[in-house]
Design a protein. Sequence first.
Length: 658
Amino acid sequence: MSASRTERLLNLLIALLETRHGRSKDFLRRNIQAYRESPSEEAFERMFERDKVDLRAMGIPLETYHEPGAFEEDLATTSYRIPKEKYRLPEVRFSVEEGAVLSLAARLWGRAALGTAAARAVRKIETRGGLPEDLPAEPLLEPRISTREPAFEELLEAATARQEVAFHYQGAADQQPRLRQVQPWGLGQKFGNWYLVGLDIDRQQQRMYRLSRIIGNTQLRRDSSFERPEGFSVVEVLDKMELPPRELAVVSIRQGRGQALRERGTQQSSTAEGWDRYQLSYGSLPGFAAELAGWGPHVMAESPEPLAGVVQAKLNAVLEAAQSAVPELKFEAKSVRQSRSKATAQDHLRRLVDLVPFLVHHQGMHLDDIAAEFGINRRQLEADLNMMMVSGLPGGFHGDLMDVSWDDDHVYIADAEELSEPVRFSLDEASALLVGLETLSALPGLAGDSAVRTAMAKISAATGEAAEGITSTVGVRLAPARDSENLELLQQAVQQRRQLKLSYLVPHRDEITERTVDPIRVFSNDQSWYLQAWCHSAEAQRIFRLDRIRHAELGDAIESSVESAFPESLFTPSAQDTEVKLLAQASAHWVAEYYDAQSVLEINDDGPWAYLITIRVGNTDWLPQLIAQNAGALRIIAPDDAAQASLEWVREALENYR
């Protein structure tokens, strides 16, 4: 990221906002320092054309118009301006009910790709004075959406900008990844997975691609453009998508094991050797085979014959992966995960044009609080403030440049009239709020809520023409809770501050436990619902998945409250956690996001492994299940006892089939 380029863009933006009649190219050349210092006219022309592209790519309404000369024979004069009425966010105010659902819609994205955009949008509304101060503190339901797939951000950018993309894709029937060239029409989530819907350019057919099967980087073709089919809606396409037809399988389960499988099937018989035979239905054979492989020696697939064969193949793949060479890596060296998107001058300028109106409307705010609000460190903030001090109206006289001071760590700003109001919503900001509100409209307790619809209407009006088609481009369908009665009971417990008595299945121990908990909040993460609560048995906060609650009933009133922030991870960290190092193929990169990896190191060699992932776990008992389910795409290399346990788990499972 070039600070000088950002400064140049900021000064150009201010110069074109300040004028009512436009600025000529010659005026800009003479009055903006970076242009004035350009070594030649050709260099200036290239610089200016590139800057215009950058401003327009940010959604800034840069207009070009021609003003005839005084005489007919004069050549037309080209001028440039940014009309304030199109640049600035119009006044928009929300009621308490609308503000509550808007805040919930913004938090829906959490740390996902659109989370930052949603936070920027809400900050703009707050800066504009559009949010009431007395918003409810906690909703009864708080859904969250994750976008762990590495390709999501690039595909979202391509879909909203209508640019073609190319990527390598490994379909269910492909032996090797194949190059696909696509016009991305829309992105949507269903069945817990993200899908891209678009035109396959080579086949000239509409196709659907599961993002988790995209291998490697996505290439955006910025010089391309396309038009989506009229009336296209990614949600309507996904609504027509059905799960595979259900098939029947016969599975033997070791007595006393496989609680979750038993509840889904019908027992047929038992054997003297300690096995119970169950009939279960399944959709995807590979997916069901991976699930059975994860049960290791406690479950054996009997029929159909292809199912048993696939289970054995997945188990054998784990043993084969264990024989591959381990890349030479210094395991003691920590690698901090980097953002997938590299900061650009556009990103820096976007932060500055958000920062100026925020400071204008929050005079005297402390440096540390401002830095925390914008997710940057103090040094970055001070660099931004210093850049503001040398930026302003053309001329550079007293009162032309922004006046910023923070001698006592409290920031004050003056002479910033042109940037004093927030800029209109960008496409990703409007997408985050509108898609979030659309998703909320289908949740229990919010379906039919007029506040959701009126909030959507106000966001659309404030966005303008750019809002058209946003909910057709990005769509989410959260699955309803499987046990709606338990969901309602949990909501009631949170609202009434009552304890809950739970019968809860602990997967890695394969046993049902009895708990008394103080509920804190109910939330979802993609397709699963969870209860965050203080567990009296563990004497600590725990997160319980709703579909693992076998029975719940209300208990006594909660005597003392426990303050707790929304969980950043589904896994509760502890000083006693074990550090685990995993080698992962490209297809298993999701493990880093799902298990909140401490570090991810990219491996660049010719071997099968793409990443070294470090995670922390409370216990290692469940790791053999994870390794077996992923059929050789994951391998534990530390600690050694966990690696050996996973291999022994697989060998015991294979013995069942011999």
